[in-house]
Write a protein that binds this ligand. Structure first.
Ligand code: COA
Length: 387
């Protein structure tokens, strides 16, 4: 299998977008990634796109063909990939497999979602489809509700507090303030987060990722040819995916996502790295509790210590490990199919030293962690500079 590199990255500004539709968003991100790689569409031999719910959210299925058509990439094969909120990382993984196997040389990977055309209740219903429709959604569970149960259990077992949850939001808004693509670029205080409207006890508005429109894209090439395209290719050291139970109530633990633990253990082993080697990580903070659980599952902190670590500033830029320098899902926004690809863009820019005011010093290795549903799908990627 060949080693694979990211040779270009691009994304749209995330947020509530009334100017552009689904196809314009994904095309803009794709063109930005191609421009960043300084290649034309003629050099691309395949594409993969992650989108969770385009049919329900904008009435558009058959999105691979739509994108090939609208981006002028016909007749190359473009395949849609779906794994709930992990759709973007799954698309990235398919692109990596296609290049590493030798099937294709230069591949474009996109992720996109247009979510704000519907109201919050309708979007919550659609997102609920990422859980167990029959045993969770039908009985009234929403995603804020499911993650609230994880938060309550974490609080019960480890003494995690609402203040610790809020500190994750404060840090991610701080990081989002330096990210021109972020939906929210405003700083908030612990007090603002603690006093925001209750959504699903103990999770408040500021503990939640928002509903977002946006797209992101990367261009992949074999590492052996990457330097002929880009001065700053980013090598992908590992791409691992694991699966857990679809329903939260079937899990052995509510305070850990087993699929994420397994995917990360395999990724570290494949790359010959340990959690201590990672200096920057984009993790799936769909809710603040999810970031705390992620930092424990990924081995950055011991089980039960993620909340305190966040409150103590250990996950800030300049702390032990910089987590969600983009602003995470919380502040950058969470257009569900795009998130995994956006994470890869942020880590590429960090490793290239191009994150401006949000730059982490002396970055050697980066990690992305993307979760579908309440943890039924988890995808972990590890990266290093390829130059
Ligand atoms: N963080 C910060 N501010 C938020 C926010 C969030 N998550 N969500 C909305 N806002 C802001 C809006 O920008 C708006 O501000 P404005 O009045 O200054 O324009 C205000 O709050 C009201 O926005 P609105 O869209 O009416 O909020 P809402 O109450 O309908 O929805 C949530 C808020 C948190 C319920 C909604 O964003 C949500 O469901 N998030 C979770 C999404 C999800 O489950 N994703 C999948 C995860 S697995």
């Amino acid at each position: 299998m060949r080693s694979v590199a990211i040779i270009g990255a691009g994304m749209t500004k995330f947020g509530e977008d009334w100017e552009r539709g689904f196809r314009e968003l994904v095309t803009e991100a794709g063109i930005r990634a191609l421009e960043d790689a300084k290649i034309s569409g003629d050099e691309i031999s395949a594409g993969y796109v992650g989108t969770m719910a385009s049919g329900s959210l904008v009435g558009q299925e058959h999105t691979g063909a739509l994108i090939a058509d609208y981006m002028g990439l016909n007749p190359i094969p473009i395949t849609r990939v779906e794994g709930a909120c992990a759709s973007g990382s799954l698309a990235l993984r398919q692109g990596i497999l296609a290049v590493s196997s030798g099937l294709h040389d230069v591949v474009v990977v996109g992720g996109v979602e247009k979510m704000t055309d519907l109201d919050t209740a309708a979007v919550s219903q659609i997102l609920g489809g990422a859980g167990d429709q029959e045993w969770e959604l039908f009985l009234g569970a929403t995603f804020p509700g499911l993650y609230a149960m994880m938060a309550r259990r974490h609080m019960h077992e480890y003494g995690t507090t609402e203040e610790m949850l809020a500190s994750v939001a404060v840090k991610n808004h701080e990081n989002g303030a330096t990210n021109k693509y972020a939906q929210f670029q405003n700083r908030i205080t612990l007090e603002t987060a603690m006093n925001s409207k209750m959504v699903a006890d103990p999770l408040k508005v500021m503990d939640c990722s928002p509903i977002t429109d946006g797209a992101a894209a990367v261009v992949l090439a074999p590492m052996e040819k990457a330097l002929s395209y880009s001065k700053k290719p980013i090598e992908i050291l590992a791409s691992e995916q694991a699966t857990g139970t679809l329903a939260l109530h079937d899990r052995k633990s509510l305070t850990s996502v087993n699929a994420a633990k397994i995917a990360s253990e395999r990724a570290y082993k494949k790359a010959g790295l340990t959690p201590k080697d990672i200096s920057v990580a984009e993790v799936h903070d769909c809710f603040t509790i999810a970031e705390i659980v992620a930092t424990e599952d990924l081995g950055f902190f011991a089980p039960g210590e993620g909340g305190k670590a966040a409150l103590d500033g250990r996950t800030k830029i300049g702390g032990d490990i910089a987590v969600n320098t983009s602003g995470g899902l919380k502040a950058t926004g969470h257009p569900v199919g795009a998130t995994g690809v956006k994470q890869a863009c942020e880590i590429s820019w960090q490793l290239r030293g191009e994150r401006g005011a949000g730059q982490v010093k002396d970055v050697e290795y980066g990690l992305t962690h993307n979760v579908g549903g309440s943890g039924a799908t988890a995808v972990v990627h590890l990266y290093k500079r390829g130059y």
